[in-house]
Design a binder for this molecule. Structure first.
Ligand code: UD1
Ligand code: MG
Length: 432
């Protein structure tokens, strides 16, 4: 049913441009890799934020880059505008780098940090709605958390009116106890934002320009500055250390598993199952314990994966496939009803429907320089411990004997039996 309010809501929502702050080094990560490129469930931290701006249909997204900017640009690719911040002079300076791009823009600017992968798009949408309906000059997302260490505090007067955001370093003893914190997500009227930014002064303690100073500057001009408190504090969690990364990973991993279970996948033991972001699994598939499924994997319906299976990126598995214990599959397409039940490796392979992969089969796909392909036709039978040195082709219904080595470049014709080291064709299938 068409609902006017939701249509209006969407219309409002799509009227914003986004700035994502991602120039910081992330010193506490103790890493050469920029913080925003560290992965959570197979996906760079920054991508979680980019997904939000995409889902909410940002008119344009600016990503402020500085430390490791080339690698961030390469990882993100097209679809956004990169803004360079060579000297990391603080969050106000980072946003201000975008002013040349936005000087003629009158609408809403949404500012997000690139290091908060748990943030939900629904909360950001609610923040945008509040900002638009209150017509404020700015609205900041806040959260009540038990341990506010390291976050800017939301300072209010006796009547609860919002006064300012105080960084922890600058807090008085009373302010230090405040549990309502600045998540680091804001909406602004573009004009108000950039006017106020011109007036931000260097913070003497940290020698940085603070974006949070904009609050007091706008309030002093008699503008309205709103807060929106998130009902979901987990979304506020920012990554600063590798411990934080692991904590975020644990939460997102559980979210991913729940999503699959809700859509009809059995996860026998969620505690020992790792499924990264960007995996599609069909109904009635069972994922057995201690299984790892990486990003960019599709698995059909009625499959059985694991226990202790390792399914790597670029893998496509059709319906009714069984991948058993200690089986690894990488960049491989597997046809319907294939059995690959024990101790085997399929890499860069295309496996036809109904193929049986015996215990210990290995596609030797890497010759030290190139990754080569293996093609196995429908209904072929690959005996235990066979090694298929790629590139090669096993024809439909062909049989490769146990322990055989199919030499590099060798093709086994359809319907034939090949055995030995190196494998040679000895007869037609069916005359064993
Ligand atoms: C900031 C907020 C704080 C809030 C917290 C939420 C300020 C002054 N403080 O503090 O109130 O509670 O986020 O996580 O804004 N960045 C740049 N260029 C810079 C500096 C930072 O792009 O020159 C980026 C960082 O990469 C990061 C984001 O801005 O993504 C936030 O910077 P960070 O140094 O982590 O600020 P906090 O001290 O966490
Ligand atoms: Mg931070």
């Amino acid at each position: 049913m068409f609902r006017f309010e939701s249509w209006l809501g969407n219309l409002y929502m799509s009227h914003f441009k986004a700035i994502i702050l991602a120039a910081g080094r992330g010193t506490r990560m103790k890493s050469e890799l920029p913080k925003v490129l560290h992965k959570v469930c197979g996906k760079p931290v920054l991508e979680y934020i980019l997904d939000i701006t995409k889902d909410l249909r940002s008119l344009k997204t600016y990503v402020v880059v500085g430390y490791g900017s080339k690698s961030v640009r390469d990882a993100v690719g097209d679809g956004v505008e990169f803004v360079q911040q060579d000297q990391l002079l603080g969050t106000a300076d980072a946003v201000n780098r975008c002013s040349p791009y936005l000087k003629n823009y009158q609408g809403t600017v949404l500012v997000l940090c690139g290091d908060t992968p748990l943030l939900s798009k629904d909360i950001v949408a609610a923040l945008l709605r509040k900002h638009h309906s209150s017509k404020a000059a700015g609205t900041v997302l806040t959260a009540n958390i038990n341990n506010p260490q390291g976050y800017g505090r939301i300072v209010r007067d006796g009547k609860g009116r919002f006064l300012s955001i105080r960084e922890q370093k600058d807090c008085s003893a009373t302010e230090d106890k405040i549990k309502e914190i600045n998540v680091g997500v804001y909406c602004f009227k573009s004009k108000n934002l950039f006017e106020a930014l011109k007036k931000v002064k260097l913070n003497p303690g940290k020698k940085e320009f603070y974006l949070t100073d904009v609050v007091e500057l706008l309030l002093a001009l008699g503008k309205n500055f709103e807060t929106f408190r998130t009902p979901d504090e987990t979304g506020a969690f920012g990554i600063n250390t590798r411990e934080d990364l692991a904590q975020a990973q644990a939460i997102i991993r559980r979210r991913i598993l729940n999503k699959h279970m809700l859509s009809g996948v059995t996860v026998v033991d969620p505690l020992t199952t790792f499924i990264e972001a960007g995996v599609v699994i069909g109904r009635d598939t069972i994922i057995h314990p201690m299984t790892v499924i990486h990003t960019d994997v599709r698995i059909g319906r009625n499959c059985s994966i694991g226990p202790m299976a390792h399914v790597r990126p670029g893998t496509r598995i059709s319906d009714g496939v069984e991948i058993g214990n200690f089986a690894e599959v990488s960049r491989t397409s597997i046809g319907r009803g294939v059995f690959q039940k024990h101790f085997s490796f399929l890499g860069d392979a295309v496996i036809g429907r109904g193929v049986n992969i015996g215990a210990g089969v290995v596609t030797a796909n890497f010759d030290g320089v190139n990754k080569n392909k293996t093609f196995i036709g429908p209904q072929a039978f690959i005996g235990s411990d066979a090694i298929l040195v790629a590139p090669n082709k096993i024809g439909a219904r062909a049989m490769v004997g146990a322990g055989s080595v199919v030499a590099k470049g060798k093709n086994i014709p359809a319907g034939m039996v090949a055995v030995g080291v190196p494998a040679r064709v000895i007869k037609k299938v069916g005359k064993i």
